[in-house]
Design a protein around this ligand. Structure first.
Ligand code: DX5
Ligand code: ZN
Length: 227
């Protein structure tokens, strides 16, 4: 299965939190493919953000898929709440619970797409071990916790390895798996990530800079073309 056209998932971490509903509607109109929602607990990562109540409140502002990135530990007890709130994709970190395969089973049992996120220091083999259980692999190109950090170039090798593994898996099973990259994406790093094999790019700072009138141009600028 060839690499798909690049899709953009603006991270609302960089949105105006005082008007999140309007911000979500604005990025929907501006061409977002997924709405990336960063959930942080002040424990797994040193920042606090959004809970299931906010995700539920945002659901009526767009029909685009909610790509919910859970940076919370332990994670299992909260998965049903985010599913109920309207998440379409639920992505977890392997360090966020003792049995990541079981967590992926839980997400799928709720009828949601399951994502696995790899921190810069997490070996790629962790994803290869559970590829049959995931609908999305999220490569973190920064350490999780904050927007506006610098892209870590060493993660491009991980993306290349995953591209090959996902293509082989898809050829054998006919099942698509998204390869998403998160952190420090700008027009330049977007092209590097896509050339390495990414097909979904998370973009927080790069989407929201300049306010709503700039969102469509901002999104277009990071929509790098596959080779
Ligand atoms: C970081 C988050 C990212 C972040 C990306 O922990 O997972 O989604 O918001 O922000 P930028 O695009 O500004 O690096
Ligand atoms: Zn994220």
């Amino acid at each position: 299965m060839p690499q798909q056209a690049t899709r953009i998932a603006p991270s609302i971490l960089s949105a105006d939190f005082a008007q999140l509903g309007a911000e979500v509607a604005a990025i929907d109109r501006a061409g977002a493919d997924y709405i990336h929602i960063d959930v942080m607990d002040g424990h797994f990562v040193p920042n606090l953000t959004i809970g299931p109540g906010v995700v539920g409140a945002l659901r009526k502002h767009t029909k685009k898929p909610f790509d919910v990135h859970l940076m919370i530990s332990p994670v299992d007890a909260f998965v049903p709440q985010f599913a109920e709130a309207g998440a379409d994709i639920i992505t977890v970190h392997p360090e966020a619970g003792p049995h990541v395969h079981r967590t992926l089973q839980l997400i799928r049992s709720l009828g949601k797409k399951a994502g696995l996120s790899l921190n810069p220091g997490t070996p790629v083999e962790t994803a290869l071990a559970v590829l049959d259980m995931v609908d999305l692999v999220l490569v973190m190109s920064v350490n999780p916790g904050f927007g506006g950090q610098k892209f870590i170039h060493t993660q491009l090798d991980k993306i290349r390895i995953l591209r090959k593994a996902i293509d082989a898996h898809s050829a054998a099973t006919g099942r698509a798996i998204d390869l998403e990259v998160d952190g420090g994406i700008n027009p330049e790093t977007a092209q590097l990530a896509v050339d390495a094999g990414a097909d979904v790019l998370v973009a927080g700072t790069a989407t929201f800079q300049g306010g709503p009138s700039a969102y469509a141009d901002n999104i277009a600028r990071v929509r790098a073309k596959p080779k």
